[in-house]
Design a binder for this molecule. Sequence first.
Ligand code: PLP
Length: 391
Amino acid sequence: MKYTIHPRMSMKEFQDICRFFSEVDQEAYFKSKMRSLFPDSLVLDFNMGRSALQYAFRVMGLQGKEVLLPAYSCPFFTQLILKEKIRPIFLDADLKTFNVDLNEIQEKVSRKTAAVLIIHTYGAPCDLKPILDLKEEYGFLLIEDCAHALGARYRGQMVGNFGDFALFSMYKTIPNMGGAFLVINNKEFFREFRGKREEIGMFEIGMLSLSLGIAPRVVGKAVGKLIKLSKSSKAKLEERLVPIKRSNAFVLAIFNYYLDRIPEMVKKKAKLAPYYRKKAGKIGKVFPQSMVGQPSWMNFSVRLSNPEIRDYVFEIMEMNGVLCDKIWHNIPVISKELVGKYRLRQDQYPSAIKLSRSILNLPFHHFFSRRDIDYIVSCLEDALERGLGDD
Ligand SMILES: Cc1ncc(COP(=O)(O)O)c(C=O)c1O
């Protein structure tokens, strides 16, 4: 595949990482880096973002309490809500930003709101000021879901600094096999987590093989020389929770290796983003998102005006060597289990439904040149023409 959403790693970088892993105490390195990035916070590493979030819910004691959260989000949230027994109040999306509609928070917040969770969707920061004003007024806890937004900034400060809690994924904007971390900014909730370390299994090797563009068998052999591999696999991960563990030491080494380069990666994408917007905008059939702050650009998201042809467009692009992303093509937006249990109605979230039907996430990486963007947009144009009817 010529282009994938998953970030790439060169063979030279992989070799450097293997050396770095063998020579440096990764946990100490991670702690010291995090102390400089978040000096007044407690930062804990986890196997996945969803586990970091589940841990945060438990520390906050949210069982039985009302939590406001976006309707346009990852399917695993259903399992999280059910398992942690929170009372979800869903917020519809803003079609321009793909983040929550701020008016929705204003309308649905009350004295009963224990927490508000916002997502910096696809790396585009939420407009936090109005939310922080409401937090001041109502006293709820704020969780920033920065899973997509490593390195994004709002009002000059890195996202993750604004909420009581913030979680980040280690494998969405940089090449890695998994991993996450939780930033606890509210001292009231400082609790160390000393769980087991994650093992490396088929899922992780598959992720690394995507990054390297070589067969999982070869990657498994190379990684197996450094650490013990397990037989575990994480099928259908999009919808599932996983046991709460700490990150694997090798995953931490990959993250540590890239950490200092993240600002430069984000800067490079920011420089190219106007070109992507211009090219995609020229087709006239797509709608790049509007932004506040400095996004980290997990990918370049466009909204098709004719959702009926999205799967077809996805396939044509794949045939041309461009593998787009399917998050979050989940319909219905709110799962059946939640609709039944909390007496919700899908039609209460029209914008979230619209987004989940029409968004296509195109690859966008720091090493892209204008030629890469030209190619991807021309594939999209071709696919739209063949799909006929995207007006
Ligand atoms: C917004 C959001 N939050 C959290 C997660 C969970 O992250 P992880 O895949 O590291 O568990 C995801 C996963 O895609 C996500 O999209």
